[in-house]
Design a protein around this ligand. Sequence first.
Ligand SMILES: [Fe+2]
Length: 420
Amino acid sequence: MTDTTITNPTPDAASQPTPLDLTPQEREANLDLDQLKQLVGLVEYDESKDPFPVTGWDAIVFVVGNATQAAQYYQSTWGMELVGYSGPEHGNRDHKAFVLKSGSIRFVLKGAVSPDSPLIAHHTKHGDGVVDISLEVPDVDKCIAQAKAAGARVVQEPETVSDEFGSVRIAAIATYGETRHTLVQRTVDGQTYSGPYLPGYVARTSGFTKREGAPKRLFQALDHIVGNVELGKMDEWVTFYNRVMGFVNMAEFVGDDIATDYSALMSKVVANGNHRVKFPLNEPAIAKKRSQIDEYLDFYQGPGAQHLAVATNDILGTVDWLRQEGVEFLDTPDAYYDDPEMRARIGVVRVPIEELKSRKILVDRDEDGYLLQIFTKPLGDRPTVFFEIIERHGSLGFGKGNFKALFESIEREQDARGNL
Ligand SMILES: [Fe+2]
């Protein structure tokens, strides 16, 4: 496998890291910096030299076929908490939107109410999926000026929107497919917005009561979101994130080793300065049979977000709970755990390997530490979006040692669907 960890230009002597600070969402979730360094690999960097500073994730916005029911699913199955809502009752005639939180991450689920809603056409084409990977930035205008100078497509010019909770300044740029990055500046003129999400949303809770014994949260933060793009387009998007958003290259996985006997893909990873936001970008590679990326591109009808990796500090508890709730995970053959070479490579991890084997949790180790991970089957009807659960112990990688086992597992599912 060609795995190159990219060394970015060494900062000059005048470069001073900006002290790390918690985002308001992280503070609200009672996370601390040491936890976040472990959970998502947060690092210090010099924000003053960044042409497009990004603080972290603001929200992941999904368009779904039935937001009312999806909101229930993410509460009951994924342990998220309903915190906000916007709908016809609030002058928003065409759709309903539910805001859910788990730790420092926020999902917004949107579903059409009116048959004229533009969300209908989006959903007909793509099915359930991520429409907006919204990022929190300290200065929207600075980011948009940089985006324009670098040739990005601005889909929403900066504007200030306000309600009784204050003001936010927002704008949006287009990324792969029909996905966008809305940029949200939550402090305007020294005042931080205090509403449940954005102007137009009201606070909302639900009567849902967690079952006895349920963990407080099943995940605390978002680690990365993978984008699937067409054959030959990966480098274009890596360059887009480098040039437009100042993202740095973290790793790349190319060559025939990121492949099974039948299918292949290539992947490169970009991250924002503090590494809160990490985007692996995949493209299919030519092989004997069709890659999982080809299947995604067919069923999503183009490029889009493939998987969301949510971070936890207790993957065993999370997986046990999710299984009990009926979530299905990709299978891993016992041979994976019994392979002496694999055992030697991963060494000692925090639990006996049998505990991982019984749950089909994968392990990978690199020079910085190790990680535990597991992947769900597709969450919706189409073989497109799925989740990864990740528990990092020093490793800043993405589980490259597991790619082959993972891809073989996906391939078995793909074959069963008749799409290999
Ligand atoms: Fe991943």
